[in-house]
Design a protein around this ligand. Structure first.
Ligand code: UDP
Length: 329
């Protein structure tokens, strides 16, 4: 019989790619999402498959699934700064209560549970690049606190289930990731810039653009997560692409790629925006034999094609990013 995996956040960017991957590997996939930030369009192609089922459910409330489960992957959560601002309480609940419910489910089902943690646990880091041993520099009451602290609590809870209940657990710390199915209007920098280029607007760089990020193409990330789940490693593991770039350079790359005649304009830097971010992936290399394979040039071209394929309506219907209430006071 095929192994069964429950994927929460299945209609989201990463969740939907995970569904694809596990179905390709021959699993029966149960996808769960409450569709607050997820979009059924991302998994529309799966509904015709017998090995796929979808549950419209909020994991912050008790989760019931009938039958056996081999794995649970918890990917339900708002994941961009604009989303935390709009839905801070849900963000806190899904990382804390949602994780607790799923850990309980994993225990009953004797399933292995992998949680999606984040580079945000490092906050605005004082150690560069970030190793898994670094404890982080997080402002608990800042705009990102609702996400960062929920994810930190999630890691603590998951480790407690591992040590106290002997549950099999895995923790992936995901760094900035991009690719097809990202939401155009989630406020993240890549869809923001590409959307602006496609609409013929100027590209909004926050601050002076000297802050850095390191962008990982989604297929590389999914491969890393798959390997981590199948490994024996129970401590947090960074998965991301160490190729670091400033946001200004990134805007210039998007301008070149899209051929837009628009220019960069500068806006205030949001509060608690990390100045630099780059994963140290030594552990993933050594333990999983994993490293990213897709260059930013290749990945960006594929992602641009995806966004170009959106309808005029989708492109213009996107609520534009508003960082009011989010800027440094
Ligand atoms: N950013 C920007 N212009 C935008 C959106 C984001 O300059 O229109 C900056 C943002 O301030 C941050 C970086 O791009 O420094 C990455 O932002 P994102 O929201 O994608 O992810 P995160 O800050 O969580 O890494």
């Amino acid at each position: 019989m095929a192994k069964r995996v429950l994927i929460t956040g299945a209609a989201g960017f990463l969740g939907s790619h995970l569904c694809d991957r596990f179905l390709k590997e021959g699993y029966e996939v149960l996808g769960m999402d409450n569709l607050i930030t997820g979009n059924l369009k991302n998994i529309e192609h799966l509904f015709k498959l017998e090995q796929f089922q979808f549950y419209n459910h909020d994991v912050s409330s008790f989760v019931h699934v009938s039958g056996e489960l081999d794995y649970i992957l918890h990917f339900a959560s708002p994941a961009s700064p604009i989303d935390y601002l709009k839905i801070p309480i849900q963000t806190l609940k899904v990382g804390s209560l949602g994780t607790h419910n799923l850990l309980g489910l994993a225990k009953v089902k004797k399933a292995r549970m992998l949680i999606a943690s984040t580079s945000e646990v490092y906050g605005d880091p004082m150690v560069h690049p970030q190793t898994e041993e670094y404890y982080g520099n997080v402002n608990p009451i800042g705009p990102r606190g609702v996400y960062d602290e929920a994810k930190r609590f999630q890691e603590a809870m998951t480790m407690a289930y591992h040590t106290y209940h002997g549950l099999e657990t895995r923790i992936v710390r995901i760094f900035n990731t991009y690719g097809p199915r990202m939401r155009l209007n989630d406020g993240r920098v890549l869809p923001a810039f590409v959307g602006q280029a496609l609409r013929g607007e100027d590209l909004t760089v926050f601050g002076d653009g000297s802050q850095t990020r390191s962008f990982c193409y989604v297929d590389d990330l999914i491969e890393g997560i798959y390997r981590l789940l199948m490994s024996d490693y129970v401590y947090p593991m960074n998965i991301g692409n160490p190729d670091e770039i400033t946001i200004k350079q990134f805007a210039d790359e998007v301008i070149k790629l899209t051929g837009t005649s628009q220019k960069v304009i500068y806006k205030p830097l949001p509060k608690d925006d990390p100045m630099q971010r780059q994963p140290d992936i030594s552990k993933a290399k050594e333990i999983l034999g994993w490293e990213p394979k897709v260059s930013r040039q290749e990945g960006l071209a594929i992602t641009y094609d995806f966004f170009k394929g959106l309808s005029e309506e989708e492109l213009n219907a996107s609520e534009h990013y508003s960082f009011e209430g989010y800027i440094k006071k």
